[in-house]
Design a protein around this ligand. Structure first.
Ligand code: DGL
Length: 276
């Protein structure tokens, strides 16, 4: 009898919702032969409005599911989950590689000419100790203006990528960056590149906008050794409505005929860990 040494070995990727697709897009280019499973925790989005403990608990439950499905590497395609949960994930599964997503302070420091950097993130990321420490370690004497952007992710999740309401929200959040005359701005949430033209319009032509998802995908490639037995596949799961997510994916990303399935975590001791 032949034993398959790597039965459905895969890379697990998760985000609160559709934001991690910006990372998944890069991963599909760089690892076309890999088996990928993406989990959108749509029912609990946005993470940016949740408490650190909620974000940690959700991330642990999701990682457990991805590992049970065959993940041998997990990409946390979410700045907010990275900020509040990556240490807990690594402590729980010390032998599994986790690739986190964090604002590229170092590239921003290298790019800025006037020493003023703007960082747009979810409220939970903006308030995190991990982000503070990242800035303290890498920004040196550069000024970093951190702006939490409540509400932006809700628009994107709902499929609104350009409306007067969203534009005025983006304008409002970019105002402090403009007042501080930043010349470099970081999109510190994986949802934000989906509305990159709006950020650009609000920040003006003299601000360089930096994204992080290519670096996250490259880090994944560095940690993932392709094997001859790997079979390319993409499975997408959501804690929300699979039909609504399929429609969003097809309309915004143009990806067709994808397998989108519903996922609900097992209840533990008869109790759901969080209320939606
Ligand atoms: N896309 C996520 C991030 O990078 C989370 C957004 C949210 O759910 O608030 O932070």
């Amino acid at each position: 009898m032949q034993i398959d040494p790597f039965p459905s070995r895969e890379i697990g990727i998760f985000d609160s919702g559709v934001g991690g697709f910006t990372v998944l897009h890069e991963l599909r280019q760089l690892l076309p032969g890999a088996r990928l499973r993406y989990l959108a925790d749509t029912a609990y989005a946005p993470y940016g409005a949740r408490t650190p403990e909620d974000i940690r608990q959700r991330s642990l439950v999701i990682a457990e599911h991805l590992i049970a499905s065959g993940a041998e590497l997990i990409v946390v395609a979410c700045n907010t989950a990275t900020a509040h949960a990556i240490e807990a994930l690594r402590a729980r599964w010390p032998n599994l590689p986790f690739v986190g997503t964090e604002p590229g302070i170092k590239p921003a420091v290298a790019a800025t000419r006037n020493g003023r950097i703007g960082l747009l993130a979810t409220p939970a990321t903006a308030a995190s100790a991990r982000l503070r420490s990242l800035i303290e370690r890498h920004a040196g004497d550069r000024e970093v203006v951190v702006q939490g952007c409540a509400g932006v992710v809700d628009h994107i999740e709902a499929g609104d990528l350009d409306s007067p309401e969203l534009r005025s929200l983006v304008q409002r959040y970019c105002e402090p960056l403009r007042t501080a005359s930043v010349d470099t701005a970081l999109l510190g949430c994986t949802h934000y590149p989906l509305i990159e033209p709006l950020w650009r319009a609000a920040l003006g032509p003299n601000v360089e906008l930096l994204r992080i998802e290519t670096a996250v995908a490259r880090r994944t490639v560095a940690l993932w050794a392709p094997m001859p037995a790997d079979q390319a596949a993409l499975n997408i799961e959501t804690s929300g409505d699979p039909t609504a997510l399929s429609i969003w994916i097809e309309r915004v990303l143009g990806w067709r005929r994808l397998n989108v399935q519903a996922w609900q975590p097992e209840t533990q001791n008869g109790q759901q860990t969080l209320a939606i």
